[in-house]
Design a protein around this ligand. Sequence first.
Ligand code: CS2
Length: 495
Amino acid sequence: MITTSPVKISKALLTNPPSNVKCPSYDRPKLKEGILHIGVGGFHRAHQALYIEEVLGAGFTDWAICGVGIMPQDAGMSQALNAQECLYTLVEKSGANSSARIVGALTSYIFGYENPEAVFKKMASPEIKIVMLTATEGGYCFDQGTGELDFNNAGIKHDLATPEKPHTIFGYLAEGLDRRRKAGIAPFTVLSCDNVQHNGQVARSTLLSFCKKRNPELATWVATNVSFPNCMVDRITPATTDAERELVRTTYNLEDASPVVAEPFRQWVIEDSFCNGRPPLEKFGVQFTADVTPYEKMKIRLLNATHSAMGYLGYLCGYRYIYQIAQAPEFTPYLKDLMNIEVTPLVPAVPGINLDDYKRSLMERFANETIKDQALRICMDGSSKMPKFILPSIAEQLEHGGPIRRLTLCVASWIRFLSAVDEQGKEIPIDDPQAARLTGAIKANPRNPRPLLAMTDIFGNLGQSDRFVKELEELLNLLYDKGAKETLAMVREGK
Ligand code: CS2
């Protein structure tokens, strides 16, 4: 039981660290920033920043991170981190075990949305060797139908018209790289850490399309000199809410405006092509491979897809946390069948991984009730998650007449969720940059998915599959007529 008042996170704390909290072992002021990271949310701080923390702790001091936020909603993170010298608490929780450490790997944070010039300058500094991204699945602004950068996207239009004050990763990367090109400085590696299959290739092709429009010479230079390794990242990290701040306060006596709580599991598999050097991550549990394809397909199509299947339908059934859904007896067989029957046949052999063990460990991780992962976190940004996690598996199954019922139930649940009113008549908060467009499409008739399916930037050509459209309409009607629990029972029983 803690009786003294909580200690605010600051560098003063590091000189007198609490006994139950691990603190950086290195001399923080001596670090150099070799990495710039765009998109400093909970996931980056629980994953990449922790690997880097270990790199720094082992004496490789040139790889500290300069964090960058480019969205207006990053103002809160900027304020919180800058007020505590970019230090934060990371708590790992599983069962009765919990451990905390103060992470010091992030040594500065620039709020690019207000001060883009500071980001450009930093990107142009020769010390920066890698620019890492967690830009979210939607941050790459590509059209699912054509696979190309979407030049109709408002952010892309803005960045081409207003290069000095960008809103997307493209405006920043293009300007940063252009400054290096003009100054004769070697480029940085662009390392995408988002849940997008072939994330490096996607980052490369979308950035090249953007640069071609902006300045063809820059595009050629980027194509020849910049590397974009693909990688697979994994660690379940709930959104930070007051509950997490309270946990850190009561368990560790720390006052932290922006702590992170995550599961103990973490994985990072990267293709080893870095054009300007890299930290020795292989010494700290990162796996390097020539081809990340099987790892990313396994992770995105099994973990992320099952998350989506739990999120929408679970929310409609009245659950608010993922562990509740993963533990619910009515859900477990549906989730297992979805993975085993509809997704596993599409996943290639993954070197060194037994897929049965992998799926078993996923179910255990989902059921970890100590991390309280929010269903609504999973339900965010469906317009960009569906096309990466769920729809490609449906498309592949359709090619050879394979089973799609359980995956289609996930799509139907998303569309039912988008009606924004639950079965009790309560409002559902829709958090998606495309919310207005999506909800507008089903306003006239929420049971009719066709106006949504006509959005080929999301659905590709799935709307042309009579089989898929029929199953989707049937399941959506069942959700309205029978409710989420009964529809789930029917799908589970093969009806
Ligand atoms: C989740 C991911 O956002 C989602 O829908 O599936 O954030 C997931 O928790 C991570 O990818 C786990 O590595």
